[in-house]
Design a protein around this ligand. Structure first.
Ligand SMILES: *Cc1c(COP(=O)(O)O)cnc(C)c1O
Ligand SMILES: [Zn+2]
Length: 443
């Protein structure tokens, strides 16, 4: 096939680099790179033919084409030899209707894209399958790569460790000693990653991992690496596909380092360029009020990033004060009539718990997005005649302390949980149980 994609500088410097070159930033200006596809080649296939092909592959048992990411191989990493693909059938997640929740918050059509229903429990799998597959190809072609490393504590390290283990490549996780619980690390530990706990803070770890990447033949998996975004952008394509190739009016997504919203924008943009859809949705990035530098920029007419020191938040995966992909995110939001909304700790926890009552089990980051949705609905920005999709980024099963703490009423951040549910404790007597049953079902 003649489909091609390459890295280019987001600031527009000359130069293009193959996707299997070890390069993370523009050598001219130091800015981020992005993956640019040869649109002429992709246009040789009609929109109707792409839809048919993607439809045939979607969730098929034919590996790896049944993967939500690899079913879109030509649009993701066309020069990656399918023999090098390391897949756990990521993607293809449910776009769940939540009519009761929608009605409760004054909306008509709300759907939750369940990206956390995935091998390692978060959307990070969508990007990591691309990055690890590309590294497998680089190694197969003789590049001297000894391991893949990242400086994450949570979902990124879990995804990296799983995919690297499946590929037979060593994974290295670098983190600040004493600041990370074993529970946060249990996935990488279980899959045999080399976990290095350093006497420094998180920024110190980031600096070390970048130095290892330039000097020691270790490949960097942090999100400045735009290969991951190519996998993550398939979420946008799946949403349209699941809606019969229509885009929703709104997509609400929680944002920290802001790679995922950049990927979402890139996915919708590519579908528009190739004629699979005919309009853009509006996008809302939802941030925890305790870590909201993008919101500050938005409220000052997209002013330049002022890095902040992020305060502790229940939404720990988005506790980021200096987002790497800020520029890419602003560029996307400006195209998509974007807005940025914030959620307090109580708002995110209550929104998460309220939505769970429709059968979900949402993580706190999804709670941030749901709280933003509720606020936009209350203000009349999103209306009852519109369709809104909320991106759920991780499984609530990874955040049981948050869930248990909420329902036990033990979260210091949420003194009055509005949707608390607790067990009714009873003696072993039929009449007592019966009374409690009738009282409980009557509520
Ligand atoms: C990584 C992550 C995010 C934030 O994504 P960014 O690309 O950093 O904006 C949100 N939620 C969860 C659960 C995550 O793991
Ligand atoms: Zn440049």
């Amino acid at each position: 096939m003649s489909y091609r994609a390459e890295f280019r500088c987001i600031a527009g410097c000359a130069g293009a680099y193959p996707l299997d070159q070890v390069i993370y930033r523009c050598p001219t200006c130091g800015d981020l790179l992005e993956v640019v596809h040869d649109l002429e080649a992709l246009r040789a296939v009609s929109a109707a033919q792409w839809k048919r092909l993607f439809g045939e592959r979607f969730r098929s048992v034919d590996e790896p084409w049944g993967s939500g990411v690899w079913g879109k191989h030509e649009w993701v990493a066309p020069q990656l030899d399918p023999a090098n693909i390391v897949s756990m059938l990521e993607g293809g997640t449910h776009l769940m209707k939540v009519p009761a929740y929608a009605q409760e918050i004054g909306l008509g059509d709300v759907r939750v894209k369940q990206c956390g229903t995935s091998h390692s429990g978060s959307f990070k799998d969508l990007g990591m399958t691309v990055l690890v597959s590309m590294v497998k190809q680089m190694i197969a072609r003789g590049r001297p790569i000894r391991a893949i490393a990242c400086a994450s504590t949570g979902d990124t390290s879990a995804a990296l460790a799983a995919y690297a283990a499946a590929a037979g490549i060593r994974a290295v996780v670098i983190l600040p000693r004493g600041k990370i619980s074993t529970a946060q690390l249990v996935q990488p530990l279980a899959t045999g990653a080399l976990v290095l706990a350093i006497d420094t803070d998180f920024d110190g770890c980031m600096k070390l991992v970048q130095e290892l990447a330039t000097k020691e033949g270790v490949y960097l998996a942090n999100s400045m690496n735009s290969l991951r975004l190519e996998g993550q952008k398939t979420v946008a394509i799946e949403i349209a596909q699941q809606l019969g190739w229509k885009v929703p009016d709104w997509v609400v997504i929680p944002g920290g380092n802001l790679g995922n919203v950049s990927a979402l924008g890139a996915g919708f943009e590519l579908m528009l360029e190739l004629g699979l859809v005919d309009k853009r949705p509006r996008i809302c990035v939802a941030q925890a009020a305790h870590a909201s530098p993008l919101h500050a920029s938005f409220t000052h007419d997209w002013a330049a990033l002022e890095p902040v020191k992020a305060k502790q938040t229940l939404a720990s995966a988005i506790q980021i004060g200096n987002p790497v992909s800020f520029k890419k995110a602003v560029r996307a939001l400006q195209k998509f009539e974007g807005v940025v909304e914030v959620a307090t700790e109580a708002e995110l926890a209550d929104a998460s718990a309220r939505a769970d009552r429709s059968g979900l089990f949402t993580c706190p980051h999804t709670g941030v997005a749901l709280a933003a949705l509720e606020k936009l609905a209350a203000r009349g920005v999103i209306t009852a005649d519109q369709r809104a999709v909320v991106i759920s980024t991780a499984s609530g099963l990874k955040f049981t302390d948050f869930k248990v703490g909420y329902h036990e009423g033990k979260l210091a951040e949420v003194p009055q949980p509005r949707f608390r549910n607790t067990p009714v404790e009873l003696p072993d007597r039929y009449d007592a149980v019966r009374d409690a049953l009738l009282r409980g079902l009557d509520r």
